[in-house]
Design a binder for this molecule. Sequence first.
Ligand SMILES: Cc1cc2nc3c(=O)[nH]c(=O)nc-3n(C[C@H](O)[C@H](O)[C@H](O)COP(=O)(O)O)c2cc1C
Length: 187
Amino acid sequence: MKVAVVYFSQTGVTAKLAGAVMEGLGSHDNIHVTEHRINGTEIFEGRFRNQPLLDELNGCDGIIFGSPTYMGSVAAQFKAFADATSDQWCEQLWAGKLAAGFTCGSGLNGDQAATLQYMATLANQQGMLWMGLDLPKNDPREINRLGCQAGAVAHSAHGEADPRDLDTARYLGERFAKQVSRLKGNS
Ligand SMILES: Cc1cc2nc3c(=O)[nH]c(=O)nc-3n(C[C@H](O)[C@H](O)[C@H](O)COP(=O)(O)O)c2cc1C
């Protein structure tokens, strides 16, 4: 099974969340993970261009999206990537693949949920199957302490990811690994 983690990160918090998601994915055997950190140099005159990446994503069983929350949504660099997937939309090349997302913000409630809602809309446009969390806010381990079921949300106070939010991202990766395996009929 092939899973990709595609994200943008400027100051490194989302990148740390991506690392935790990948640790979670690693809890399951037989999952090959592709990581791609979106870079501003992939955007030419406002258009994201990286055909080899899009070809790689076409061959994946699941894709996990990540972006910091900027002005209540995904960062422009992530949106440029999303807009570049319109060929995939035309052919519904990603239909049936599993999707999930993670984000962070410097606000305790900085509208991070709106960022995940955009990612879920992107997944729905592509015919993908959106996976959220199955953790109530009162989980004794304090993962999903911020109480968002749509995906992994982090609060990046003082420019650092909270360890409990990294645990939430790790859990998202673990759950994704189980669900992608189930979808493929392997468990
Ligand atoms: C242009 C800009 C807009 C931002 N908008 C929000 C926001 O709407 N909500 C929020 O909680 N944090 C906001 N932030 C803070 C970032 O989400 C936060 O610093 C995050 O940890 C950055 O992630 P990164 O380290 O992966 O780049 C904004 C930061 C920038 C630079």
